[in-house]
Design a protein around this ligand. Structure first.
Ligand SMILES: *Cc1c(COP(=O)(O)O)cnc(C)c1O
Length: 345
């Protein structure tokens, strides 16, 4: 396939002379730092600007996910990567992205913010990619296809073969948002990065890693795309607090795996119990940390749960999700309370 990154980049981004911070111009070790107008007194651990290149963090993550550091971009949540990808590849008023609803709402919101068009091709009733319809919808102005696997809110993995075929047929960027991949039965698509220069994977520390409040997410791609993201991000997009905390938190990956296993076990238990309730029409299979559940009366179910102090996500107005609530898997005790409240209806 022919993939021409320069041709895809917006001309202003291709020609951009990035801001160079004090920490760009000097990267060695000095005795005295008088280059960044910082406060010299170390009254707090945060008196210096943080590393704009996230060098130590990317090195550590690199060994954890078995991918070279130059394939890793770190942002303030994976939402930052969505924003930057649209900025880099879509000219406002001219280009468009393609999404496959029902899916994560952020792709559409970011496109709207940037005045970039949105082409939508519904998933099939099995929540898989409608490949012929996608191929038919593609236009020269289509720049990015946003896919989500495991998909939010449906919970299922998209077919790897479908994604591969799209990567080969489409000469723009294919983003696969893998926010929930740690909860899935299959590994993610990192192995495809070596052969597919137009693939971008999104990962986050907000879900399996339990660090939603820290705001760190990743884009994984070939270095040419990663370099573009580093050129256009805000210089200090990750605070020192976030970088230091995450650096230490990465040591607890064994404990994280235990948490993931517990959530997967609970997912099985909650799904089983839900499907035996009379007001539940369908519990969809899930590779994520939530269940999409179709109820006889979603609105009154939602209100009943709320009156019990339990809030879930109403997805019943999303296409293909009629009657559906999205329920996050909680702690075993929280799940018990959810099941009890639902049994009372
Ligand atoms: C939760 C979620 C994210 C995470 O976004 P962050 O900005 O990293 O917190 C990304 N994509 C999808 C599909 C999600 O559901």
């Amino acid at each position: 396939m022919t993939f021409d990154l320069d041709a895809l980049l917006r001309p202003n981004i291709r020609q951009l002379k990035p801001y160079t911070s004090a920490r760009d111009e000097f990267q060695g070790r000095a005795r005295i730092y008088l280059d960044a107008n910082e406060n010299p007194f170390d009254d707090s651990p945060f008196h210096r600007y943080p590393d704009p290149h996230h060098t130590d963090l990317r090195q550590k993550i690199s060994s954890l996910i078995d991918l070279p550091a130059d394939h890793i971009f770190l942002g303030s949540g994976s939402d930052e990567a969505i924003d930057l990808l649209i900025r880099a590849f879509c000219t406002p008023g001219e280009h468009s992205i393609l999404t496959c609803p029902p899916t994560y709402g952020m792709y559409e919101v970011q496109a709207n913010i940037h005045d970039v068009g949105i082409q939508q091709v519904l998933l099939t009733p099995e929540f898989q990619l409608d490949e012929p319809a996608i191929l038919q919808a593609l236009r020269p102005f289509t720049r990015i296809i946003f896919l989500c696997s495991p998909n939010n809110p449906t919970g299922n993995l998209l077919s790897r073969t479908s994604i591969k075929r799209l990567l080969e047929a489409f000469h723009g960027i294919v983003v696969v948002d893998e926010a929930y991949v740690d909860f899935a039965d299959q590994p993610g698509l990192t192995d495809l990065l070596t052969t597919q220069p137009n693939l971008v994977l999104l990962r986050t520390f907000s879900k399996a890693w339990g660090l939603a409040g820290l705001r760190v997410g990743m884009a994984l791609a070939n270095p040419s795309i990663i370099n573009v993201l580093y050129r256009i991000k805000l210089p200090y997009n990750l605070s020192q607090a976030a970088q230091s905390y995450l650096y230490t938190a990465l040591d607890s990956h064994k404990a994280i795996n235990q948490r993931i296993n517990l959530i997967r076990t609970e997912r099985r238990r909650v799904a089983q119990q839900l499907s035996s309730l009379p007001n539940v029409l369908q519990v969809y299979p899930s590779d994520a940390n939530f269940l999409l559940v179709r109820f006889i009366d979603p609105q009154s179910t939602y209100r009943h749960l709320l009156s019990n102090g339990i809030v879930v996500r109403d997805r019943s107005r999303q296409p293909l999700c009629e009657g559906c609530l999205r329920i996050t898997i909680g702690t075993p005790a929280e799940n018990d309370q959810l099941l009890q409240a639902l049994a009372e209806i």
